[in-house]
Design a protein around this ligand. Sequence first.
Ligand SMILES: Cc1cc2nc3c(=O)[nH]c(=O)nc-3n(C[C@H](O)[C@H](O)[C@H](O)COP(=O)(O)OP(=O)(O)OC[C@H]3O[C@@H](n4cnc5c(N)ncnc54)[C@H](O)[C@@H]3O)c2cc1C
Length: 234
Amino acid sequence: MPPEPQKATVTDIAKLNEDHTLFTLTPEKPFTFKAGQFLMIQFTDAEGTLTRRSYSIASPPSQNTIELCIRIVPDGKAGKYLSNLKKGDVVQISGPFGHFTVPDGETADVILIGAGTGIAPMRGIYKDLLAKGHAGKVHLFFGFRYISDFLFKDEIEELTAKHPNFIFHPICSRDENWKGDRGHVQSILEKYVPQDGRPKRAFVCGMMKMCQECQTVLEKLGVPAENIKIEGWG
Ligand SMILES: Cc1cc2nc3c(=O)[nH]c(=O)nc-3n(C[C@H](O)[C@H](O)[C@H](O)COP(=O)(O)OP(=O)(O)OC[C@H]3O[C@@H](n4cnc5c(N)ncnc54)[C@H](O)[C@@H]3O)c2cc1C
């Protein structure tokens, strides 16, 4: 059984693009978690059934609010519930859950690979590592379909300008107007993951097939299997 849910107030709702919304929650009691973990939102669906859905925490633990980057599925049970939420509403959350976390005191280079909404836990992790002054490099690979799906663009660009050890590789699969790398994120790992013999730890989040393909390439590039964590959602 998941831990007893607690209340959190929806303190902000920001539309990031047509499908994605950033929900800011302020928990009633302190909610302790590690960057990369997820929580569950519990709600009563349209049929009156108590339902839970998992959402990665897209903000670092140092904040006293929790941000969730959610792709609203219009016909989904949570989709219907979430799209009706307003600022000031109270939601039931439980957690934290999961082991998609960087070990304490890690000094290795960290490779973060997110596709689509898979950027959500990465945002919590890179913000946390950079704020803590991570000693190694932090490589962020972000794959998206259209330029409008390039979530957190300004924020990521600001962080890359500020932190020389934060290296960002966006890749777009479908937009003809995109001038950078084209294709799926797994296709550029070989090009950009340095073969420099430095210890590396990798995190991959998105559709399971993409996660598995990234894992295969990363292992080929010398990242030990035990240093690769994947969180596949579909
Ligand atoms: C560990 C974990 C972390 C997650 N973190 C996030 C997160 O940070 N952000 C986020 O947006 N989601 C996240 N998810 C997915 C989320 O839990 C829900 O599955 C998603 O929001 C859909 O729920 P729903 O109730 O609206 O749809 P449902 O009622 O469960 O499904 C309705 C229909 O939509 C289809 N469907 C379900 N999910 C999707 C989808 N993603 N895209 C297209 N069709 C879909 C189903 O197959 C079904 O036909 C995470 C899942 C897991 C397991």
